[in-house]
Ligand binder design. Structure first.
Ligand SMILES: Nc1ncnc2c1ncn2[C@@H]1O[C@H](COP(=O)(O)OP(=O)(O)OP(=O)(O)O)[C@@H](O)[C@H]1O
Ligand SMILES: [Mg+2]
Length: 588
């Protein structure tokens, strides 16, 4: 089991603390060492009251004590302060190793899950909110870790030392200490829920805002072209306003948390000072001046420790919220799981559609209805029909991006649902309505995932896709960088790159969605002849508006509202005088 799979299996956002432990399962050594050095580094905190009490007792009762004793106490104090340099350094080193490797493992697990999630997940979650999870939430875990694994143990240590020393010197005073615990517990109880809710609200608003900002940037050409900058800005402004309000609500509860815990415990600490001082003053209970200093010193550090625990509640809240947020990815059930499914080494390319129905989630009508068809290996099926007829939906069912809500699709006699999609997709090539190119050279964009392919085959694919001419005219030919920071390509040029990308994979099944739509007539006819050659050896599904594209198809399926309205070859459909003939006339 890989580390990412392990995290997917063990992640439980409703048990954040346990999840945190799972996140660090491989790094307990470093965390432990980090925690140890943190306690050492903080030793002056709990040593100081003891030494100060000693010194005061020495100077208030000089008889029976020597100057040497005084110096010794001073030396111990100095040593405990000086050790801070190496211990602090070591503490940060170990923590950093643990935290940084947790961060990269977590981001790796998130990315790997994102690679497996079904496309419907991406219809619901915007890029912006996912980005916020990958960046902001992982960072929040880092802060949470620092709080829990260094702060908490050292605070507990401070409390422990205070209790032990007090028990040895003035045992009955422990009652005071004990009283602080319920006070702190009540405070935590009261404040926890509102903190949790407000953290959740802010996180949601941040995600929405992040999504909005990314959308705004993407829309800039459209916005400018239509002169609607002010409308766009007011949309952004309202998201920013929501974040502002949620953040202020969170800040105010944080402020209340901090102030109320500080005041309560400080008051208590003052009571302790006055009580112990008056006991020393009246000479009861055998309390020395040094004891008063020691008790108030420890009581101070005890209450400060509790105050700090209360103060980190807001950050704990934020961290736990982040664990929940990432759970939305890691615990998603929309995983396209290929485990235990049949892997394919070769396919013939025979398709059988058995009463396939498909309804998009949250919609009522069937986008594909009772679709039954047998497709022989090597056959070319053209899908025509009005916009919204269901052509792209059917192609997505064939690719396996969508699963039939009823009925089955059989590939070579095997239900597509029982096949490991990753192995199946090795044999298909898709050219979709929107050409996706990434930032890189033309060569990288064509080869994508097939880097081992020979130069000859690459050249052949480029020629077949009729892309040779424009590529050779680019400043650095195949090595020209395209995309955001490089040369921009026209729609037709992008499409030809996508075709070359599809051809280089030498697929058994070719899926073309309006693949020649944005080409001029000359390039279209050039590609057309290339495509016709290619379609001969492979099963091809081609969705097209342009009729020139489908003249050569073995069969044409006319879709209307997801149903097969007509089926046949070009001539017979024209002769039929049905929908196809109508569409044909319109196009002429
Ligand atoms: N993600 C989606 N969620 C909900 N409904 C959808 C989704 N995608 C498409 N549809 C609906 O399904 C129907 C078929 O859409 P599809 O994209 O398959 O049409 P098409 O034939 O490819 O159209 P075009 O020729 O314009 O590309 C349409 O009514 C559309 O509104
Ligand atoms: Mg479409």
């Amino acid at each position: 089991m890989s580390s990412s799979q392990f995290l997917q299996a063990k992640y439980q956002s409703n048990r954040p603390f346990r999840t945190l432990i799972v996140l660090y399962r491989q790094d307990w050594g470093n965390i432990g060492r980090g925690m140890g050095f943190y306690c050492l580094k903080h030793s002056p905190e709990w040593l100081r009251p003891l030494i100060v009490a000693n010194i005061i007792d020495i100077i208030s009762q000089p008889e029976g004590h020597t100057l040497r004793e005084l110096c010794l106490n001073g030396a111990v104090l100095a040593a405990s302060i000086l050790q801070n340099i190496p211990t602090h350094y070591l503490h940060r080193q170990y923590m950093s190793q643990a935290i940084r490797s947790m961060e990269s493992q977590l981001r790796m697990a998130l990315s790997s899950t994102l690679q497996q999630l079904s496309l419907s997940f991406y219809h619901r979650n915007s890029t912006g909110s996912l980005q916020s999870k990958l960046l902001r939430d992982v960072e929040a875990i880092q802060v949470l870790t620092n709080q829990i694994f260094q702060f908490l143990p050292s605070t507990l240590m401070t409390i422990g030392v205070a209790v032990v020393v007090t028990a040895m010197r003035v045992p009955w005073f422990l009652l005071f200490f004990a009283a602080t615990v319920p006070i702190a517990a009540v405070l935590i109880r009261i404040l926890r829920q509102p903190l949790k809710e407000r953290n959740h609200a802010l996180r949601r608003q941040m995600e929405t805002m992040s999504a909005r900002l990314i959308e705004m940037i993407k829309l800039i050409p459209l916005t400018r072209a239509h002169g609607v900058e002010t409308t766009e800005m007011s949309k952004t402004e309202s998201r920013l306003e929501n974040v502002r309000q949620a953040a202020i609500r969170l800040d105010s509860i944080n402020a209340i948390t901090n102030a109320s815990s500080w005041v309560t415990l400080r008051l208590f600490s003052s009571i302790c000072l006055v009580t112990s001082a008056s006991l020393a003053f009246t000479g009861r209970m055998n309390v020395s001046i040094g004891d008063v200093v020691l008790l108030t010193g420890y009581f101070d550090s005890l209450t400060m420790a509790l105050v700090q625990i209360l103060n980190i509640l807001p950050q704990l809240g934020k961290g736990f919220e982040a664990i929940g947020s990432m759970g939305e990815i890691l615990e998603s059930t929309e995983i396209e799981s290929n485990q235990g499914l049949v892997t394919l080494n070769r396919i013939r390319g025979e398709f059988l559609f058995e009463k396939v129905n498909f309804v998009y989630p949250h919609t009522e009508t069937n986008s594909i209805a009772d679709f039954s068809l047998k497709v022989e290996p090597g056959e070319t099926i053209a899908l025509v029909g009005q916009s919204g007829a269901g052509k792209s939906t059917l192609l997505n069912l064939i690719i396996g991006f969508l699963q039939p809500t009823q009925g089955r699709i059989l590939l070579d006699g095997r239900d597509l649902n029982t096949i490991d999609k990753r192995t199946y997709r090795r044999f298909i090539s898709v050219v979709s309505q929107e050409t996706i190119l990434f930032e890189g050279t033309v060569r990288e964009n064509i080869l994508y995932g097939r880097e081992q392919i020979s130069e000859d085959k690459l050249q052949q694919a480029i020629t077949d896709a009729n892309a040779l001419e424009f590529i050779s005219e680019l400043p650095q030919g195949l090595e020209t960088t395209i995309g955001e920071n490089g040369v921009k390509l026209s729609g037709g040029q992008r499409q030809r790159l996508a075709l070359a990308r599809a051809l280089i994979r030498d697929p058994r099944v070719l899926i073309l969605d309006e693949a020649t739509a944005s080409l001029d007539t000359t390039s279209e006819s050039l590609i057309q002849s290339a495509l016709e050659r290619l379609m001969q050896q492979r099963t091809t599904f081609v969705a097209a508006h342009r009729f020139s594209t489908i003249r050569q198809a073995d069969r044409i399926v006319v879709l209307s509202k997801g149903k097969i309205a007509e089926i046949g070859d070009y001539r017979s459909l024209l002769a039929n005088e049905g929908i196809f003939a109508q569409l044909h006339r319109l196009q002429l």
